[in-house]
Write a protein that binds this ligand. Structure first.
Ligand code: ZN
Length: 275
């Protein structure tokens, strides 16, 4: 697999400019830019600046993060979502960034939705968004989030949805903590059911040993420092023939306080053995 960096990892103290420079310096092949950080970047820089960086660097853009809360939108929420989505598509097309991550809706009431309601809504929304993204050449990576506050939690559920959508430009983003947040990955063999061509993105991260319900994204750790069976996940991905991005995505407040260069360097060293 190819080493990638997700900008969530250093998002409090870093910037698009710094992340680009440091990822190039520490040997990453891909970067996943964040839409909010890109907006800040464009306060002072232009799309030409970004094109010129990627034109002369080994580092390449891979997936934008992220369009969130895509399910059960009110008309006002949908308008706001579409505005960000179109910004993402236009920027992606301009710099040759192939994927956009889309995330199911989070809310304390999401567990009250039936599987059927979630299924039909997800299929409808993903198809709608993929139609909008198509002219820009952008593909959608749908990322299930294991915790019960999110409406699409398990890999099986997400797979059923994207297989029903049944289009080449809609696939999955697998994230090791998001897989683990669902039953502590007791269903690890679900990975075997995902066709290779449907794995668009792989986010790698580890986490502290905390009970489900307490364990959250702030408990993410460098790969290898926690309890997620990353060797097993890696083996399953290798066996399948997956050799695309393996992107370090950490939302840990403790790391946000550190110098981004230290974190970006350490993350590269830790992730390498899982490529
Ligand atoms: Zn992720």
């Amino acid at each position: 697999m190819k080493l990638g960096f997700n900008e969530a990892t250093c998002m409090k103290k870093s910037s698009v400019e710094d992340d680009l420079r440091l990822c190039e310096k520490y040997g990453y092949e891909y970067i996943e830019l964040r839409l909010d950080m890109l907006k800040n970047y464009f306060d002072k820089k232009t799309i030409k600046d970004l094109q010129s960086f990627f034109g002369s660097s080994r580092l390449k853009p891979y997936a934008f993060n992220s369009i969130e809360n895509i399910n059960f939108c009110s008309p006002a929420q949908w308008d706001a979502l579409l505005s960000l989505f179109k910004f993402g598509c236009e920027t992606a097309q301009a710099i040759g960034n192939p994927y956009l991550i889309v995330v199911p809706t989070m809310g304390e009431d999401m567990h009250l939705k039936t599987k059927k309601e979630v299924f039909f809504d997800s299929v409808k929304v993903l198809d709608k968004l993929a139609n909008i993204a198509k002219p820009y050449g952008v593909k959608l990576a749908f990322e299930p989030i294991g915790d019960k506050r999110w409406c699409v939690r398990s890999l099986d559920q997400a797979l059923e949805i994207i297989q029903t959508v049944n289009r080449g430009d809609v696939g999955l983003a697998l994230d090791s903590i998001n897989l683990f947040l669902y039953n502590r990955l007791e269903n690890i063999d679900s990975i075997d059911n995902v066709p290779l061509e449907k794995i668009f993105v792989y986010h790698i991260d580890d986490c502290e040993n905390l009970p489900l319900g307490t364990l959250d994204h702030c408990h993410r750790l460098y790969p290898g420092d926690g309890v997620i069976p990353l060797e097993k996940i890696t083996k399953k991905l290798h066996d399948k023939g997956y050799n695309e991005i393996c992107s370090v995505e950490l939302f840990r407040p403790e790391y946000w306080e550190l110098d981004p260069e230290t974190v970006i360097k350490t993350a590269a060293e830790r992730a390498k053995r899982f490529l």
